[in-house]
Write a protein that binds this ligand. Structure first.
Ligand code: SF4
Ligand code: SF4
Length: 178
């Protein structure tokens, strides 16, 4: 890499300057936009491999924050929770990652979206943009496990249409009454 490329990279945010397998642990973790979509139960067609998302969330998912309630020791409660492996992300093995997922976007050579907290600087932007699962899911503890196919939904596999920008606020004229 020549000196000019090095200085250009230094001016870029880490998710544009580095490959996924060059990132530090903290950088890797910060890529997660906290949408909670990967914590939904999914079904896979045995023959075609097609993934069907449901709106039934893992029992540990907090439906308001969209965070795992016991992230550091989640495997004590949910042994099959998948810890993303960088090589498998890069080879796009995880076909069940939603199309909005930062790991999937970067592995596919696409940019992070404007609502990603790293881009917006605001952890709430992922919720405002309709990307997170906030307010849209139920817990797996509230339904019989053999009814999952009744809860199949399309939206976790879709990218929400961005909201139009808000018009500028006009200053209101006020007058006292009475
Ligand atoms: S889908 Fe991706 S970005 Fe969203 S919570 Fe899961 S790992 Fe994080
Ligand atoms: S254990 Fe936590 S991180 Fe894993 S699927 Fe459940 S809520 Fe998500």
């Amino acid at each position: 890499m020549d000196e000019r490329s090095k200085s250009e990279d230094a001016a870029l945010p880490f998710w544009r300057a580095k490959r996924l397998d060059e990132m530090s642990r903290d950088e890797w973790e910060s890529l997660c936009d906290r949408c909670g979509r990967c914590c939904l139960n999914k079904l896979e067609d045995d023959e075609t491999g097609e993934i069907f998302w449901t709106d039934v969330a893992c029992k540990l998912l907090d439906h308001r924050s969209c965070l795992c309630a016991s992230y550091s020791n989640r495997h004590d409660f949910v042994p099959d929770c998948v810890e993303l492996d960088v090589e498998e992300v890069l080879t796009q093995t995880y076909t069940w990652l939603p199309p909005t997922c930062a790991y999937r976007l970067l592995a596919e050579g696409r940019p992070l979206e404007s609502w990603h907290p790293l881009v917006s600087g605001d952890p709430e932007s992922v919720h405002r943009a309709g990307v997170s699962v906030r307010g849209r899911v139920r817990s797996e503890e509230d339904i019989p496990a053999d009814t999952l196919e009744h809860w199949i939904v399309e939206w976790p596999g879709e990218v929400p249409v961005p909201l139009p920008p808000r018009p500028p606020r006009r200053n209101k004229r006020t007058k006292s009454i009475g």
